[in-house]
Ligand binder design. Structure first.
Ligand code: GDP
Length: 205
């Protein structure tokens, strides 16, 4: 992931999607789960995805790609990272939630080049009701997804394996869930290499 990544497009509706080309992976999670921080940490660029606590910011799919592609051995394969709009803030009006669901479901159903969605779950909170609703949506759209725990530095180290086991138990009957969980901390750097490797493996399949 060690090359500059650039933002190419914010997609407010399906009409604005870039033409299908490189394979892509997407990131989803409740607002404030640490999604922007994780994307920035993955690519090693502080300002790529915006980190903010502002709920209800523009609902767009944000596309990031590695800048330039030489095709040289060891270069990143062509791919895109897609930052999906956060969900689940308490005061969101119903129209907002409906617009989110429409955009996301259309995208999940219609995007042949989407290989996997990484669903971020805050280690302190585990899977909440609105996360479950998003997992339902992913199962319904039959899009492969994997759970990524965030902010593991905020819980006791000994609690991490237990949380992984509990989370696995919760998703074990879900048809589109990948039965392996990645625990990360953007702050401490934990799990980032595992996530990078998982993404590269997904893209190269
Ligand atoms: P987003 O809304 O999902 O994009 O979340 P952000 O990336 O903006 O992060 C929300 C808040 O959580 C910010 O105050 C971050 O500094 C904090 N945060 C994000 N990742 C971590 C982490 O790994 N550890 C800790 N301790 N805080 C984090």
């Amino acid at each position: 992931f060690g090359r500059p990544w650039i933002f190419i497009r914010g997609v407010p509706s399906m009409d604005f999607l870039p033409p299908e080309g490189p394979l892509e992976v997407a990131f989803a999670g409740r607002s404030n789960v640490g999604k922007s921080s994780l994307i920035n940490a993955l690519v090693g660029q502080r300002g790529l995805a915006r980190t903010s606590n502002t709920p209800g910011r523009t609902q767009e799919l944000n596309y990031f790609v590695p800048d330039g592609y030489s095709g040289a051995a060891g270069d990143l394969p062509p791919m895109a990272l897609v930052d999906m709009p956060g969900y689940g803030y308490a005061q969101a009006p119903k129209e907002h939630v409906d617009a989110w669901t429409r955009l996301v479901f259309d995208y999940l159903r219609g995007r042949a080049t989407l290989k996997r969605v990484y669903v971020l779950i805050d280690s302190r909170h585990g899977i909440k009701k609105n996360d479950d609703e998003v997992l339902d949506l992913l199962d319904k759209a039959a899009v492969s997804y994997q759970i990524v725990l965030t902010k593991t530095d905020k819980i006791k180290e000994a609690g991490v394996p237990r949380l992984i086991a509990e989370t696995l138990e919760k998703i074990k009957k879900r048809p589109a869930a990948y039965p392996f969980i990645i625990a990360t901390s953007s702050e401490k750097g934990n799990g980032l290499d595992d996530l990078r490797a998982a993404i590269l493996e997904t893209i190269s399949q």
